[in-house]
Design a protein around this ligand. Structure first.
Ligand code: MG
Length: 324
C-alpha cells in the first residue's frame, strides 16, 4: 500500500510467465520483414535502410532473418537491390541470413553475392502459382525442386515455402493432400524446413492441426515444419498455439507486422514478431529475442517507411503504457 504523498510505481508491462506443461523449451522465430515485409511497401526503401534493419533485428536477438529476394527486378522492383543488401550485410556470427530465390537465375545471383542459405517457393493452388510464380503449379514445383537440388550441391542450406496452404482468394479451401505432397517433395529434394503459408490469413486452429498432421504423415518430421501466418482475420496467434500443439517449432513473423501479399487482394500483414514473442515468452518458451529491443526496431522501421504507428498490438500497447 502506498503512503500519502508517495508516488506509486507503475508496473512496467511484460509477459507474465506461466509455463505450459509439455510445451517446448525453445522455438525458432524466423524473421521475414526485410524481404516479405518491405517487398509489399509501395515506396522503395533504400538498401542502407534494409541493411540497418537487418542489423537491428540481429541485435534484438533474432538469429534467422530472410533478408532479400533475388526475383527479377521487373517482378518486384522493391527487391532490385538484392545484391547490394546481401553484400553490405556480409556474414554475421550466429545469424543465418536467407535469400529467396524464385528460379535458377535467382540462385546464381544469390550465390554470386555470397548467400549461404536460400529459400524457394511453391504454391498449393493453381491460381496463385500462375499469379505469383508465373507458372503452372506442377511446373513451379519442378522448378523449385531443381533449384533445391542445385543449391544443395553447392552446399547451401535451403528452406521451402508452400504458399496458399490453407485458403486461396480465388479457389477457397485448399486440398491438404496437395499441401502434404508438395511439402514432402520439397523435403525430399533437400529443404531442411518447409514453411506452410497461410498467405491470406484465413486458417483456423483445426485446419492447422489437420494440415500439419497430413504433412507429417507424408514423411516430413514436425521439427522440419514451420508456419508462416498472416493475421488478416485475427487468427494468427491462435494458430501459433495450435501449431505448437501439433509439434511445430518454427514460426515466421515480421517486426511491426510489416508486409502483405502484393499478389493476393485483401491480404494484410504478417504476424508481428513482437506479438509472437510476447505469446511465446508468456508460455515460458525461449526465443532468444529481446522484446524491448524489438519494440524499438518496430518503431524505428515504422517511422522510416512513413507509418504513423506499428501494426503490432504489443508494440502499440507498450507505447501506450509507457505514456509515449
Ligand atoms: Mg507473408
Amino acid at each position: 500500500m502506498s503512503t500519502p504523498g508517495e508516488e506509486r510505481v507503475r508496473w512496467r508491462p511484460e509477459p507474465i510467465v506461466e509455463r505450459v506443461e509439455a510445451g517446448p523449451e525453445r522455438v525458432r522465430v524466423y524473421e521475414v520483414s526485410p524481404r516479405d515485409g518491405l517487398q509489399a511497401e509501395a515506396a522503395i526503401v533504400p538498401a542502407r535502410t534494409k541493411v540497418e534493419l537487418c542489423r537491428r533485428l540481429a541485435a534484438a536477438g533474432l538469429r534467422d532473418v530472410e533478408v532479400t529476394s533475388f526475383v527479377p527486378p521487373s517482378w518486384i522492383p522493391q527487391m532490385s537491390d538484392a545484391e547490394d543488401v546481401l553484400t553490405a550485410l556480409g556474414h554475421q556470427d550466429g545469424v543465418r541470413t536467407v535469400a529467396l530465390v524464385p528460379n535458377r537465375r535467382g540462385l546464381e545471383r544469390a550465390r554470386a553475392a555470397g548467400a549461404r542459405d536460400v529459400a524457394v517457393v511453391v504454391s498449393a493452388t493453381e491460381s496463385f502459382a500462375r499469379a505469383n510464380l508465373n507458372a503452372a503449379r506442377d511446373a513451379a514445383l519442378d522448378t523449385a525442386t531443381g533449384v533445391v537440388g542445385a543449391a544443395r550441391e553447392h552446399g547451401l542450406g535451403v528452406r521451402g515455402y508452400v504458399s496458399m496452404a490453407f485458403g486461396d482468394p480465388w479457389e477457397g479451401p485448399v486440398d491438404r493432400g496437395v499441401v502434404a505432397g508438395m511439402a514432402a517433395a520439397l523435403a525430399q529434394a533437400g529443404c531442411s524446413t518447409v514453411a506452410l503459408g497461410d498467405t491470406i490469413g484465413v486458417a483456423n486452429p483445426g485446419q492447422i492441426h489437420r494440415t500439419v498432421r497430413a504433412v507429417t504423415a507424408a514423411g516430413v518430421p514436425a521439427e522440419a515444419v514451420a508456419l508462416h501466418l498472416h493475421d488478416t482475420y485475427g487468427q494468427a496467434l491462435a494458430n501459433v498455439v495450435a501449431g505448437l500443439d501439433a509439434g511445430v517449432r518454427e514460426f515466421d513473423s515480421s517486426v511491426g507486422g510489416l508486409g502483405r501479399c502484393p499478389y493476393a487482394r485483401g491480404a494484410t500483414g504478417n504476424l508481428a514478431t513482437e506479438d509472437l514473442v510476447w505469446l511465446l515468452h508468456g508460455m515460458g518458451i525461449e526465443t532468444g529475442a529481446d522484446l524491448d529491443a524489438l519494440v524499438g526496431v518496430s518503431r524505428w522501421i515504422s517511422a522510416r517507411i512513413g507509418r504513423a504507428e506499428s501494426c503490432s498490438r504489443v508494440t502499440t500497447a507498450l507505447i501506450a503504457a509507457a505514456g509515449q
